[in-house]
Ligand binder design. Structure first.
Ligand SMILES: Cc1ncc(C[n+]2csc(CCOP(=O)(O)OP(=O)(O)O)c2C)c(N)n1
Length: 549
């Protein structure tokens, strides 16, 4: 006989969970009590949005569900920020919510929310468990749903009286991972298409990749001399210094790369969905009928033909697909090999940061410095804002599981993601990039880094504005500034107040010693860069944008 709370923890352990992220609530005390005696590590966070983003980051870097516990009503609505990210990014997450007791339901009781309706559009599956005896069944199923096909977030609502009830229940069994492999007929058809192609192009995206799959993809690209681009914020899928790497198929794409993709005769899209951002608003591939012959590989049959009618649809996970396709060979030496080299040369040129720009701090040399000192396995996280351009365009990603950034463009992700990444890989360098706006959306999770002794480095690029929106404002409504000016705290002092290390960078030469001191401090650190708001993009100033409007 066990309580519902004990059964939840048992089912998590049976499914391999060793860490959860939470903000406590009186609605799920029975689970917290069961965690007291379990081997699962509990990381208590400062806001549920941050906790859910940490769970997302863990799911993103490992492929296994990140687990988050929050309380009803305000806890759940706060957590929704992270659930939306996991949904858009196809990340396995399980969010448990303490729910009002059964006798109070449907009376708009204290903090009562109908989670099926609230999360209906932003979760893969939402379930409320009314009978504690069914906990093993539902939790194991949640792991299966979160990880199979197109991964995504599952929400489980736990009525308080169900959690305290004492029942006899079957022991939880681990979920059985589901693989989706391509058939020989599809591989034959792809081989034929590629052998007949003149200008093929490969785009990698989505999830269900791992280190081995990335290595296999590299070998495939070499065997077929294929140019490879990475979809928006999926840059960890291909070594940027490999001779076949073509660049980031994201926001502000290299025009040469965009032209190359448009001119391709065959596009092999593996794992991604080519949504609005990577497709440059559905212009690189036209929706619903692309000009190029599209071979779309996706683990969810529902994604095949959803936005683009593919010439060839292959229902397979990226890892199963590359494993199978690695055995195929080109009929002869690929005729496009010299083009592939040119594409990489265009990438190298595009990803070389400018030496100069407005103001006393130049981001170009700072990015150059970071490229020199950061190890290949360093993990970089970020949220949304123009500062992220510096990371996405100029950081040369080398390895899998080194990037955590929301394709949904959600601000406030970088700091909590860095906390989760450092908890997962304590020996690796973890650097969060944030704007001043972005940082203050979930900057309170810096306290979580301090509490658990997780020495992350947060680089706050402070330009005193919500820069992206100011840029759009100046372009669309020049000179009419509304709601984009920010008056900020002293971020280095804030870091120290939290018990961390703080640095302020006011000129380019300050950055390297500041970064090294931050690293050497062994504490969570904030390195604030005071950037001139004129330096709004790597190539254009705010004034130029306004004058051109
Ligand atoms: C949660 C959320 N709220 C609002 C936005 C809209 N938005 C996109 S970028 C941005 C400004 C980002 O400002 P900052 O972090 O200071 O970076 P900067 O652009 O100045 O480099 C805003 C408000 C968003 N993407 N996400």
């Amino acid at each position: 006989m066990k309580t519902g709370g004990q059964l939840i923890v048992d089912a998590l352990e049976a499914n391999g969970t060793d860490r959860i992220f939470c903000v406590p609530g009186e609605s799920y005390l029975a689970v917290l009590d069961a965690l007291h005696d379990s081997k699962i590590r509990t990381i208590v966070c400062r806001q549920e949005g941050g906790a859910a983003m940490m769970a997302d980051c863990q799911g993103r870097l490992t492929g296994k569900p990140g687990i988050c516990f929050v309380t009803r009503g305000p806890g759940a609505t706060n957590a929704s920020a992270g659930i939306h990210i996991a949904m858009q990014d196809s990340i396995p997450v399980i969010l448990f919510i303490g729910q009002v007791a059964s006798h109070a339901k449907e009376r708009e009781a204290f903090q009562e929310v109908d989670y099926k309706r609230f999360f209906g559009d932003i979760a893969k599956w939402v379930v409320e468990i009314d009978d504690a005896a069914r906990i093993p069944e539902f939790v194991t199923r949640a792991f299966a749903v979160a990880t199979s096909g197109r991964p995504g977030p599952v929400v489980i609502s736990l009525p308080e009286d169900m959690l305290t009830s004492v029942v006899e229940a079957p022991a939880a069994l681990p979920h059985t991972p589901v693989e989706t492999r391509p058939g020989e007929a599809e591989l034959d058809a792809l081989e034929k298409l590629l052998n007949g192609a003149k200008r093929p192009f490969v785009i990698l995206g989505g999830t269900r990749w791992d280190e081995e799959a990335v290595a296999r993809m590299r070998a495939i690209s070499e065997k077929w001399s294929l140019p490879v681009g990475c979809s928006f914020r999926r840059q960890m899928l291909f070594d940027h210094l490999h001779a076949n790497y073509a660049g980031d198929v994201g926001i502000g794409i290299n025009p040469k790369l965009a032209a190359r993709i448009k001119a391709a005769d065959v596009v092999l899209l593996i794992g991604g969905r080519m949504g609005e951002m990577p497709s440059s608003d559905y212009t690189l591939l036209k929706s619903p009928y692309p000009d190029q012959a599209l071979v779309h590989v996706h683990a969810d049959a529902g994604e095949l033909g959803r936005v683009y009618r593919p010439t060839l649809a292959i229902n397979a996970s990226p890892s199963a697909f590359v494993e199978a396709f690695a055995k195929r060979k080109p009929a002869g030496p690929p005729s496009w090999a010299s083009e592939t080299a040119k594409t990489h040369a265009a990438y190298l040129e595009w990803s070389t940061p400018p030496e100069t720009g407005p103001g006393a701090v130049q981001m170009g040399p700072i990015m150059n410095y970071l490229e020199k000192v950061l190890p290949d396995d360093a993990i970089l996280t970020n949220g949304a804002g123009n500062y992220a351009t510096w990371v996405h365009r100029f950081h040369r990603s080398r390895r899998f599981a080194t990037q955590a950034a929301p394709t949904s463009g959600s601000m406030g992700y970088g700091t909590p993601a860095a906390v989760a990444a450092k908890a997962l890989y304590p020996d690796r360098t973890v650097v969060a990039f944030a704007g001043d706006g972005c940082f203050l959306m979930n900057g309170q999770e810096f306290a979580t880094a301090v509490q658990y002794d997780l020495p992350i480095i947060v680089i706050v690029v402070n330009n005193g504005i919500y820069g992206t929106i100011r840029m759009h404002q100046e372009r669309e409504y020049p000179g009419r500034v509304v709601a984009t000016d920010l008056r900020n705290p002293d971020f280095a002092a804030l870091a120290r107040a939290y018990g961390g290390h703080g640095e302020t960078v006011e000129k380019t030469a300050d950055f390297a010693p500041a970064f090294e001191r931050a690293r050497a401090s062994g504490k969570p650190a904030i390195v604030e860069i005071r950037l001139d708001p004129e330096a709004i993009t790597p190539t254009r100033t705010m004034t130029q944008i306004r004058d051109k409007a």
